[in-house]
Design a protein around this ligand. Structure first.
Ligand SMILES: C[S@@+](CC[C@H](N)C(=O)[O-])C[C@H]1O[C@@H](n2cnc3c(N)ncnc32)[C@H](O)[C@@H]1O
Length: 247
């Protein structure tokens, strides 16, 4: 691939990193109550299998009683996917800076070893070298500074611990490339606006994905942040990508 990574976007009116982060937080807070419904509906429920695959990549079974981190945890589905795995006896810290998103996940974590924390992924409420693995689903793209986010995650991970990132990508091959682009940039924003009743959250989604780095570029960012053994795989025809790396 090509040039320097395309940086993540914020709503057009947002300028500084702080304003950008606030706009993102307000946007997710506003759609929190409809987030799960829209997630499952607009992905035809395939999002569950993407999260399953991401957790498979974490290598948690090497340390089933360990401490794990889910950043940009939202309504907690990724954390729950790990916490419910048979044989998992560890603990999860699920960090998100939108309280309404976390609150909507709370009913789902009863009796699970998941502790939600309302905090910024760029300033994790965690000691250095304190986690045996970390993951982020559909969140890294939203960070005001992706590289700083990757460095902060590395700080929190024990040396050698694994980071797994799941996020959207754009299919590269005909005819899916064009069919999906039509769905993602036209149908999805339309359906998302009607169901979420939010003016731009589901326009922001495809725009942020189109501006997000290509899979190779995210891999390069991981290497640049000091991670090793970086790899990635596209899923569902290239609609999503999972990256993994060792701190
Ligand atoms: C698309 S949702 C993903 C939620 C969840 N991981 C999932 O798989 O459905 C993105 C989440 O990232 C959170 N987020 C974005 N930037 C963040 C930051 N800097 N710190 C903490 N959370 C952030 C948002 O509040 C939102 O809940």
């Amino acid at each position: 691939m090509t040039s320097s990574p395309r940086r993540n976007l914020a709503p057009p009116e947002a300028e500084s990193q702080g304003e950008r982060a606030q706009a993102i937080r307000e946007m997710f807070s506003a759609i929190a109550s409809r987030y799960d419904l829209l997630n499952h509906l607009l992905s035809l429920n395939i999002d569950r299998s993407w999260r399953r695959r991401a957790v498979d990549r974490l290598g948690w079974d090497a340390r089933p009683d360990g401490r794990y981190l889910d950043v940009c945890a939202g309504t907690l589905d990724l954390a729950i996917e790990l916490a419910r795995r048979p044989g998992f006896t560890g603990h999860l810290l699920a960090v998100d800076f939108s309280q309404p998103m976390l609150r909507n996940g709370l009913p789902k974590i009863a009796r699970l070893a998941v502790a939600p924390a309302c905090a910024d992924a760029l300033r994790l409420p965690a000691a250095s070298d304190s986690f045996d693995g970390a993951m982020a689903a559909f969140g890294i793209r939203n960070l005001a500074d992706i590289e700083a986010g990757l460095r902060e995650l590395k700080r929190a991970l024990r040396p050698g611990a694994r980071l797994v990132i799941l996020d959207f990508a754009m299919p590269r091959r005909w005819p899916l490339k064009w069919l999906y682009r039509f769905y993602f940039t036209r149908l999805l924003p339309f359906a998302g606006r009607i169901i979420s009743k939010h003016s731009h959250a589901y326009t922001y989604l495809p725009e942020s994905v189109l501006r997000f780095a290509e899979p190779e570029e995210v891999a390069a960012l991981l290497t640049g942040a000091g991670y090793e053994d970086v790899g990635w795989e596209l899923m569902s025809g290239g609609v999503v990508c999972t990256w993994w790396a060792r701190a």
